[in-house]
Design a protein around this ligand. Structure first.
Ligand code: FMN
Length: 237
């Protein structure tokens, strides 16, 4: 399938890509039905938002699969594709996972000396995040096919390359979610409970949790969050 990018016309609609593929309006034989202008594409990239509140409507498996397939088109160091995904839709599994993670959070926050009511509020919020999203997608890093080195410096660089590759897939996943008319948010706090998540989901030791994405049809689309001015983040040399 090819998407034609043109500066001439725009026939995109609000419907998700999967809808357009499934109803036949986007096929290899008529790629011209999906023609984007450069401005459309920049607008698309700039209109993604982190969505934290979802409608209860279920997300079809075919849509999730399409999103994951697009995520795997991210670039990766040596093209080793060290990303792994776990799709969680079953309520019981979400609840078990939320309970297991809460034990780690409570232990860490107690050690931090946080007052009990603040600890409880944070735990309640994290449990609600997991259990209320129609879909949770855990993104893992698998180092087993990356290169290994005898020295720590290059070993650390290789680890960084792999983490960057996984993050690229995470970004691509969020953009595919956006393309489907869905909303999603990146949650990084799985990094604080990696082993617990591996145990709760019965994952291979080599699948290291890096991020979790909550995905569903948006209930609220927030305003754009303020961006630093370009001048503050780039220089010319
Ligand atoms: C690595 C990373 C970790 C993040 N972790 C969280 C998180 O744990 N909880 C959360 O609500 N949002 C999280 N976010 C989303 C950011 O808060 C959000 O991207 C940022 O505020 C800009 O808003 P926008 O995505 O709507 O443009 C994370 C984003 C990234 C890239």
């Amino acid at each position: 399938m090819s998407i034609s990018i043109s500066s001439v016309s725009n026939t995109t609609t609000d419907r998700g890509l999967t809808d357009r593929v499934n109803d036949g309006s986007f096929t290899e034989s008529n790629p011209s039905t999906l023609t984007f202008t450069t401005i459309d594409l920049h607008n698309f990239l700039r209109t993604r938002r982190s969505i934290r509140r979802f409608k209860t409507d279920p997300v079809p498996d075919s849509v999730i699969q399409n999103i994951l397939a697009t995520a795997t088109f991210a670039p990766s160091a040596h093209n080793r594709q060290p990303w792994r995904f776990v799709v969680i839709k079953t309520q019981e599994i979400k609840e078990n996972l939320a309970e297991a993670m809460a034990i780690d959070f409570e232990r860490d926050l107690t050690r931090d000396g946080l007052p009990l009511e603040k600890i409880q509020a944070q735990i309640k919020r994290s449990k609600e995040r997991i259990t209320s999203a129609p879909v949770a997608i855990l993104l893992c890093l698998d180092m087993s096919e990356m290169d290994s080195y005898p020295d720590e410096k290059r070993g650390q660089a290789e680890q960084t390359m792999a983490v960057q590759s996984v993050a690229a897939a995470g970004m691509q996943l969020l953009l595919a979610v956006h393309a489907e008319g869905l909303g999603g948010v990146w949650a990084c706090w799985v990094l604080f409970a990696q082993q617990t998540i591996q145990n709760a989901l019965n994952l291979s030791e080599s699948w290291e949790p890096q991020a979790m994405f909550f995905v569903g049809y948006p209930e609220i689309i927030p305003e754009v969050r303020e961006r630093k001015s370009l001048d503050a983040v780039f220089v010319r040399r």
